[in-house]
Design a protein around this ligand. Structure first.
Ligand code: 5GP
Length: 126
């Protein structure tokens, strides 16, 4: 059975305005803000405003409007940061951790956008 959504998680508190955040972009369905402990010069978290635990929960259960809006925001953030991998553009990485093996710390779906330095290989050897 899927993990139930815990509305006391830190991102739910951010969405309710109980905890401040450094907003980069906000739409009807999506909020993007800077990570409190950045792991690269640019580290933005993109979260849906709806109560979804992780990537598969969001991908399967969110409305088309929510999914499209979320994806568009990720693209807009890359453009705002100027990191698209064009001829001169440096590129970036997106990551969505899920559950125990994915080492997901906050159980509200979020996508990390990391950029601003070479990011190394995707995974260290096990
Ligand atoms: P996860 O490990 O769940 O994929 O990533 C959770 C991320 O949320 C971490 O990179 C962590 O630094 C970030 N984070 C945790 N608490 C807060 C907070 O209160 N504010 C912000 N902006 N980021 C947070």
């Amino acid at each position: 059975m899927a993990t139930p959504y815990d509305d006391q998680n830190i991102f739910a508190k951010i969405l309710r305005g109980e905890i401040p955040n450094d907003t980069v972009l906000e739409t009807d369905h999506t909020l993007a803000f800077r990570d409190i402990a950045p792991q690269a010069p640019e580290h933005v978290l993109v979260i849906p405003k709806g109560a979804y635990v992780c990537h598969d929960d969001f991908a399967l259960n969110a409305s088309d409007a929510e999914v499209v809006d979320f994806m568009r925001v990720t693209g807009r953030i890359c453009a705002m940061l100027g990191v698209q991998p064009t001829e001169d553009g440096p590129g970036y990485r997106v990551i969505a951790n899920a559950g125990g093996h994915g080492v997901q710390e906050v159980p509200h779906y979020h996508m990390h956008i990391l950029a601003g330095r070479p990011l190394g290989r995707m995974l260290e050897p096990a």
